[in-house]
Design a protein around this ligand. Structure first.
Ligand code: NAD
Ligand code: TDX
Length: 340
């Protein structure tokens, strides 16, 4: 396989590049990434000189560069992770999300079509299905009902990918996973934000009542699922990927505080995210029964591994949590009032 990984310098993308180099050393992996604030080549330092790995600094909206890269490396397979990925940022800058996530995906798809790739896999999210009440699960046939500019941009991209299957007969797949966690997770997201703030004895902001539920998936389990879909996914199919692992936000925060031996006094309930989805929960029956995928990690094991990674890689997150990150943090959390 001669694989283009778009967005391979981000959290999941860099874990996936590591996965491919480890399990498919015969494949060529070209990481094509714009290196936005979320893209970080430090994530790939250990493999930067690996003979089958290549990095290209580029935007998925840049047709000319993409065409050159597809030709240069004779690309036959594409996985698209490239996106603006943070819901809070989409509330303040929705236009950026439309540009990268919708227009970028359409451009990448179009180049992939013109170069006649054998497979295009779009990495999507359970957020396209909207919010659940206390019961039920998202299946692949749940209607799309996105609530944030982020999820609306991801749903739009999914519809474009579907259209390229129906109209042009491209061999596409879409995976929709739940919340990932693990190494290289950017510390604007709940789990790494709480771990690193706790290590710095800073306040731990919990939106609203903290009862919102997310269905957590260890990133290595997610990478294994993507690998399976790439190799065995049936043309045109959507696969939901989830870890059967629903947790309330407040329980996650308390678990991290306990594990690090910190005080619960650090936890602060702040004003809620506008349009905050209440509950996500994935039914992964299709990928389990049709492709034989199963998560290998329990939450208890993987959250400990993740916390230990942030203890071991302090330099990685301390470098990020300075400069531009602090400007974002002040803007985002400075405007949030505390809920007594
Ligand atoms: P991330 O923000 O950590 O990484 C995104 C990467 O895409 C960065 O390296 C960034 O530089 C790159 N990028 C952004 N715009 C680009 C552009 N126009 N051209 C080229 N590269 C660009 O995101 P992540 O958490 O690793 O998520 C990866 C994908 O998985 C996203 O598509 C996201 O929507 C999806 N997803 C993430 C989660 C999660 O829990 N993190 C869950 C479900 C789905
Ligand atoms: O400071 C915080 N306090 C807080 O209570 C932050 C950053 C988040 N939260 C809450 C909001 C959510 O209910 O924690 C939950 C998780 O928040 P995020 O880490 O921002 O993730 P989420 O909004 O669920 O979206 C993530 O999963 C789906 C990814 O960022 C998306 O890219 C993915 O599609």
């Amino acid at each position: 396989m001669r694989l283009l990984v778009a967005g391979g310098a981000g959290f999941i993308g860099s874990n996936f590049v590591h996965h491919m180099i480890k399990f498919h050393p015969e494949d060529t992996v070209v990481n094509y990434d714009l290196l936005t604030y979320a893209g970080n080549l430090e994530n790939l330092k250990d493999i930067e000189d690996h003979p089958t790995y290549h990095f290209v600094h580029g935007d998925i909206r840049n047709r000319e560069l993409l065409e050159y890269v597809f030709d240069q490396f004779d690309i036959d397979t594409v996985v698209n992770f490239a996106a603006e990925s943070h819901v809070d940022r989409s509330i303040t800058e929705p236009d950026l999300f439309v540009k990268s996530n919708v227009l970028g995906t359409q451009n990448l798809l179009d180049v992939a079509k013109s170069k006649q790739v054998t497979k295009y896999l779009q990495i999507s999210t359970d957020e396209v299905y909207g919010s659940l009440g206390a019961d039920g699960f998202f299946t692949e046939t749940t209607p799309l009902a996105p609530n944030s500019p982020y999820s609306a941009s991801k749903a739009s991209a999914d519809l474009m990918v579907r259209a390229y299957y129906e109209t042009y007969g491209m061999n596409i797949n879409i995976t929709r996973c739940s919340n990932n966690y693990g190494p290289y997770h950017f510390p604007e997201k709940l789990i790494p934000l709480v771990i690193t703030n706790a290590l710095e004895d800073k306040e731990l902001p919990v939106y609203g009542d903290g009862q919102n539920i997310r269905d957590w998936l260890y990133v290595e389990d997610h990478c294994a699922a993507i690998d399976l879909v790439l190799h065995k996914g049936k043309p045109g199919e959507v696969y939901n990927v989830g870890g059967h692992n629903e947790k309330r936000n407040i329980d996650i925060v308390e678990l991290i505080v306990d594990t690090l031996g910190k005080s619960c006094d650090l936890i602060k309930h702040v004003s809620d995210r506008p349009g905050h989805d209440r509950r996500y929960a994935i039914d992964p029956t299709k990928i389990e029964t049709e492709l034989g995928w199963k998560p290998q990690y329990t939450f208890e094991t993987a959250i400990k591994k993740t916390i230990q990674w942030y203890l071991d890689y302090e330099d990685w997150w301390r470098k990020i949590k300075s400069g531009e990150y602090m400007d974002y943090y002040k803007k985002q959390y400075g405007s949030k009032s505390y809920v007594k």
